[in-house]
Design a binder for this molecule. Sequence first.
Ligand SMILES: CC(C)(COP(=O)(O)OP(=O)(O)OC[C@H]1O[C@@H](n2cnc3c(N)ncnc32)[C@H](O)[C@@H]1OP(=O)(O)O)[C@@H](O)C(=O)NCCC(=O)NCCS
Length: 407
Amino acid sequence: MTERIAVRPAVSEDYEEFRALFARALMFDLPAGNDVGRALFEPERALVATDGDEIIGTTRALTRDLSVPGAVVPAAHVTGVGVRATHRRRGVMSELITRQLREVPEAIAVLWASESDIYGRFGYGPAAWGVSYEVDLHRVGPPDVRVRPGEFGLLAAADAVEQLAPLLKRLQERRPGVSGRSELGWQQQLQDEPESRGGKTSRQIVVHRDETGAVDGYALWRGKMNWEPVGPSNEVSVEEVVAIEPAAYRALWHYLLTLDLAAKLEYGHAAVDEPLLQLVTTPTALNRRVSESLWVRVTDVPRALAQRRYAAPVDLVFEVTDDLIPANAGRFRLTADGPSTPAKCHQTDDPADLTLSVRDLGAIYLGGRPLTEFAATGRVTEHRPEALTTATTAFTWPTPPVSIEIF
Ligand SMILES: CC(C)(COP(=O)(O)OP(=O)(O)OC[C@H]1O[C@@H](n2cnc3c(N)ncnc32)[C@H](O)[C@@H]1OP(=O)(O)O)[C@@H](O)C(=O)NCCC(=O)NCCS
């Protein structure tokens, strides 16, 4: 980049320095590195910027899959983006992210952004909303505590992966935006170092069992004791709820909303259409807040568009603008018959029906945001009548995306 600052792929020996830099950039103390974290590092997919011998900037991509409308596809999971405060605002991140985007083999890259302002300039679009709750358990009108809603069990982390992993895969089949986890990824997710608990209890892994005894849903949660002068006011912090059957969903939320001594429940990964709204009598007591969760960057337009499904037939030419990846800039014909058959997409010289940026293509990619939203501010141009309606209907998916894990 300059005489002193250079960018290179990481090597496995960079692991500790890489982690330390990222932790310092985000202002938290990392627990000591461990074998699982090291095994997941993928140095060949990480980039570091160096000033002399020192690492001053980092980014990495994790090899994981992601559910998208009608499919589960490879997606570069970008994380660890940090630049040492002494070297900020000199273009280090720009160099790292641009090179990363040009090199990733997957047709899409995804990330969670620390700040909304950062990644749009690189063609990432916010594709999923995250809903967080701060539930006032005294007001929300939880289900009757005298009713036993189902059969539950508690699992130890060591026994959990085998039982929970199939449920996450089932969730991926029905919801876009859900990241898959390898065996090692699960082990990392279920690590529970005391120094990372933020004053809360150890994690509880509660499962729901159907009438045959099979596990059909789980919740990961922690508690925090809090006694006020007037009595107990404990807090429940829910990390993850995955339920495959309606009975499991109802039972697990019944369990969480009625825990003894608790006055407040926090949950950060609800969907915009979270069915929990139907199970409480006072939805305003959920204290809902909406923010961006998963950002999507399309790195290979024809491949990305062909690998998802469409809710309705479509045959349109999209003109895409992209300042960073030249092969993405051009016109592409997308054809699909509907959700049950694969789509096709290829470059074309035919006139465009719609023009949009790669950023807005990323924002609509998971089916959670209508294209009309972007046309309303002039960011999408319609060249043929009905093209906007056809594209919006085809891209929008009946189940909105949700990302349940900040990676
Ligand atoms: C965010 C961070 C990686 C940026 O690194 P950097 O090397 O300073 O970024 P660059 O110099 O390449 O900046 C590129 C552009 O992004 C803008 N930008 C950088 N950080 C920004 C921020 N936090 N908010 C808004 N804009 C930001 C810059 O102003 C610059 O804009 P310009 O091109 O219009 O001049 C770095 O400040 C950092 O480590 N922050 C703390 C950790 C963090 O938030 N990491 C992201 C995790 S998702």
